[in-house]
Design a protein around this ligand. Sequence first.
Ligand code: PLP
Ligand code: COI
Length: 366
Amino acid sequence: APATKVDLEILATPHPLGDAERAQRMQNPGFGRVFTEHMVVIPYAADRGWLRGQLRPYAPITLDPAAMVLHYGQAIFEGFKAYRQPDGRIKTFRPEANARRFNSSARRLAMPEMPVDLFVGAVDALIRQDRAWVPSPVGESLYVRPLMFATEVALGVRASRDYDFLVIASPAGAYFPQGVKPVTVWISEDFVRAAPGGTGAAKFAGNYAASLLAQMNAAAEGCAQVVWLDAVQRSVVEEMGGMNIFFVYEERGRPVIVTPELTGTLLPGITRDSIIQLARDFGYAAEERRVTFDEWRAAVREGRMTEAFACGTAAVITPIGAVKSREGTFSIHDNETGPVAARFRDALLDIQHGLAPDRHGWMHDV
Ligand code: PLP
Ligand code: COI
């Protein structure tokens, strides 16, 4: 798809930091600690719709203490990445899918939807301005973070009339400090992430706030991540921290890829959707269905399940090497990265970095 033009007031200066300082900040960027030199801000007003926005230097914003987001929490976000191609051009991965998910989050939180072209065009404008910040090595990228929050000054409990949409960007290396080594996960039996009818399918800030205590418990158990079970039966596996989960079964020597079905309580990941498509390209069976924790444990014990991994934009694919719960710990694939997880990871990275053909039209020219 061609790049979209969006009318923004340009208050940008070419490279405020200079090449040496930028290069220094891009060394081992980790995840989400270093930001580029500019940002996009587009206001929305109930009576006027989306207003003309600005592309301007990255800087703190001012917010009235009575801004509704600080009280009643209307805040949503997205995350996807821009990749340097072998010829030096820059492409993003499935940005329209993020735009659609942003709008579905907006609907759930009673916030205004945004034209897909405006969302994608605003991100493109920022990436073009800060293109020097897009790293080249495979596995590195520029993570873009569009977000929207309520700005109306009012304490009545109702949907805000005014909002700001922002885009910021951050050069990204490995999400987990240990790189792509398998993680040990903690099964959360005390806390749930989302309940039927709740906000689990939205990329809503409050979902992440509500997950932090469980994540701290997981860390106290020596685990890198928490795995969520369904709120009602506390038995069906939903997702892992901020990533979707896949199970690899083996039937008659062939991988069968299974991922929890979208019940409204988990985030419909774009990496998840892409892996289902890639699995079919590889000739694997792919199923979206319920998997209980009991089934997970039994399938590993009986050798029917050979791998498990999590997937998301930030970390791409993270193998699950061991699973810990109150009943004990079991490991998967000897706590090593399995061949199926590795194959998906390589296939995705190759498409994203322009090293393999983009058969599904996933890449967007910035
Ligand atoms: N699940 C949650 C709760 C997330 O925050 C994310 C990250 O965006 C994902 C899953 C994976 O989604 P995606 O593949 O679109 O990054
Ligand atoms: C992901 O991209 O997988 C995420 O979960 C993003 C996270 C930083 C919220």
